[in-house]
Design a protein around this ligand. Structure first.
Ligand code: NAD
Length: 463
């Protein structure tokens, strides 16, 4: 076999990654040299988990909640330092949210049917060893909520994390395993490899010991798991529009949209990525965003420079811009703004590259539309059929209902910031794996279980 330039580059990259990571993985629980070793260890741990009582599983989960709270700042800093994305303050909040609102074993319930011919129970059992692929945008958050939900369901998990977030992932995996050991559980409830690559991912996808795949990431990885021949849950990309109509509380809409959009520098897949606003209130909305929400109004030449900087001519994102602050992005195109500037805003056509692309940056383009009807069509077009998340600011229940039906997303937030959907200032659970493509929606323990029917003929009906 002849070596070509690309093969040499791959080998050099892998050696460099290994040199960087070796230090981080020394003595860490759940970290293995090969994917085969990680899967074997996970299989062993799952056999122990399988026989544990729900109470024992809950003790481990409770330890994970405590450790997440105690280490929230450390992990948040580690994630920002390693990936260069997001901000420490919001990442701390995300970890506290995970600690408080990711469900445990209480999420799993039993169905019962009884009658003349006895009793049938439908119980939710574990799949076994789950293979999970995690993103660079919420690396530790995803590892934590996946581990808690999967463990509650009786599974163990092997992670193939994003190569840019390995150290943060390894730290988090070590932490959850220590939580298990402290609670009398097994080591390796969550495992990973020292150097995750597409090859280790492929070993995981093909392994007969992996019963379920869960991918949290962009379209490439979701398509890969759905093509694997195994059962797969796909939590894919979004491009959530925020639609504002003439009945909305405009000052509040401006505040909610900018708060949601700038949370962790726009990294969450659910965050507002563009605004669609009816003409009669568009100027007012823009005024509130600039005057009250510390937004910078980008003129045409700055928009053009940003387009050329944050993506290439094929629309591929510049990773050095993803999850960066508005001030940092503006400094990259030679614009100096005060530290309090939170978001970059401008008005443009729906086809504008900064509007139609899922940027994951605090850049909000506003598309002006004649009326709600045009707004509805425009927002549906901008969501690109991802069926992920969409937001609306309106007091007209007919508009809200029609929008929700037409856009057909896993998440729709009405009159609030997008993060209300994660239980932050809104009701219900938190997760960072939102199964948009495959339809499970916000994943939790019950998502990671399978139905098992248990029948007792003729007895145990006492009606
Ligand atoms: P990414 O798609 O670049 O990477 C995600 C993960 O998939 C990484 O571990 C990566 O190594 C792996 N990967 C990518 N292509 C692969 C392939 N062909 N085969 C196997 N593995 C592959 O995404 P990212 O930059 O880390 O995260 C941002 C993207 O993820 C955005 O599109 C965002 O919307 C999406 N996301 C979705 C959710 C959700 O819950 N729906 C949550 C977080 C992020």
């Amino acid at each position: 076999m002849e070596l070509n330039e690309s093969m040499v580059r791959n080998v050099v990259q892998e050696v460099m990654a290994r040199m960087q990571i070796d230090g981080a993985s020394q003595g860490m629980h759940g970290v293995f040299g090969t994917m085969e070793e990680a899967i074997a260890a996970s299989k062993k741990a799952q056999k122990v988990i399988r026989d544990m009582t729900l109470d024992q599983r809950e003790k481990i989960i409770s330890n994970i909640r405590k450790a997440t709270r105690e280490n929230a700042e450390i992990i948040a800093r580690m994630g920002v330092d390693e990936t260069g994305m997001g901000n420490v303050g919001d990442k701390i909040l995300k970890h506290l949210l995970v600690a408080d609102k990711v469900p445990g074993t209480e999420d799993i319930t039993t169905e019962a049917v009884s009658g003349d011919r006895g009793l049938t129970l439908v119980e939710m059992g574990p799949f076994g060893v789950i293979g999970a692929i995690t993103p660079a945008t919420n690396p530790s958050e995803t590892v934590l909520c996946n581990t808690m939900g999967m463990l509650a369901g009786g599974n163990s998990v092997v992670f193939n994390p994003h190569p840019n977030a390995v150290k943060t992932t390894i730290f988090t995996i070590d932490m959850v395993n220590k939580c298990s050991l402290e609670a009398g559980g097994p080591d390796n409830i969550a495992c990973t490899v020292e150097v995750p690559t597409l090859d280790t991912s492929s070993v995981m996808m093909k392994s007969p010991d992996i019963q379920l795949l869960v991918a949290t990431g962009g379209p490439g990885v979701v398509t890969a798991v759905l093509s694997s021949g195994k059962r797969a849950i796909g939590a894919g990309a979004g491009n959530p529009p925020a639609l504002v109509d003439e009945t909305a509380d405009i000052a509040k809409a401006a505040q909610d949209i900018v708060n949601g959009c700038t949370f962790d520098n726009n990294l969450p897949c659910i965050a507002e990525k563009e605004i669609v606003c009816v003409d009669s209130v568009a100027d007012e909305l823009m005024h509130h965003m600039i005057a009250e929400q510390n937004c910078y109004l980008a003129p045409k030449e700055v928009q053009d420079k940003l387009s050329a900087t944050v993506m290439d001519e094929k629309g591929r994102l510049n990773r050095k811009c993803v999850g960066r602050s508005a001030k940092k992005l503006l400094s990259m195109v030679g614009v100096d703004v005060p530290d309090n500037i939170r978001c970059i805003v401008f008005e443009g056509e729906k086809e504008h590259p900064l509007i139609t692309t899922e940027l994951m940056m605090p850049i909000l383009g506003l598309v002006r539309v004649r009326d709600f009807e045009e707004g509805l069509k425009t927002a549906v077009w901008l969501e690109h059929g991802n069926r992920h998340s969409a937001h609306i600011h309106s007091k007209n229940v007919d508009h809200i209902t029609r929008y929700a039906r037409a856009i057909d997303t896993a998440i729709i937030v009405k009159n609030g910031p997008s993060y209300a959907a994660l239980g932050f200032g809104g009701e219900s659970i938190c997760t960072f794996t939102i199964a948009s493509r495959t339809g499970e929606g916000l994943t939790s323990a019950k998502t990671f279980t399978k139905k098992r029917r248990c029948v007792m003929q003729d007895y145990l009906c006492i009606r």
